[in-house]
Unconditional design. Sequence first.
Lengths: 110, 110
Amino acid sequence: KNEVEQSPQNLTAQEGEFITINCSYSVGISALHWLQQHPGGGIVSLFMLSSGKKKHGRLIATINIQEKHSSLHITASHPRDSAVYICAVRQRDNTDKLIFGTGTRLQVFP
Amino acid sequence: NAGVTQTPKFRILKIGQSMTLQCTQDMNHNYMYWYRQDPGMGLKLIYYSVGAGITDKGEVPNGYNVSRSTTEDFPLRLELAAPSQTSVYFCASTQFYEQYFGPGTRLTVT
């Protein structure tokens, strides 16, 4: 079993829909990251969370440390949100190493 | 700042050839990483470095070598390339837990 599991693996939506991507992990962590990988391949960091909730524009990320679970929400989805969303957890050591989920491929259609 | 840069973007190698993937960051980050990304799999850590002169193995180091003679540069060396090393390679650096990724190198070994 992977230490970081994401669901769903693939997601299609109509423009304007509310999107939720889930991430569960089984190891002790100091922080959780949500990353976005566009079809061109580049990876950018969206959020880093250690507790609670963060919001950037239409993106909201939440984490429940006790439940070992995080969600990424996209409100009013748009075709430009089409990408692979990757959850990664930072292990509790001093190396900043991450364990990655396999990603959720999101396609938003007009 | 250019951020994290990688060269080349694409490369095709024959089995048994060697090559070096270059990675440079201009943000003065101490921590640097090499990952590989295979289809349907999460990113896997190959090697990492917590500062100039210090490197350590990640999850999948076999067939690779690294060096870190300066803070800026973290080259990844493939000796005796094998088809199993066909992958997309990402270099990353971190500061204050925020991850910055390079654009990736797509390597095919035939």
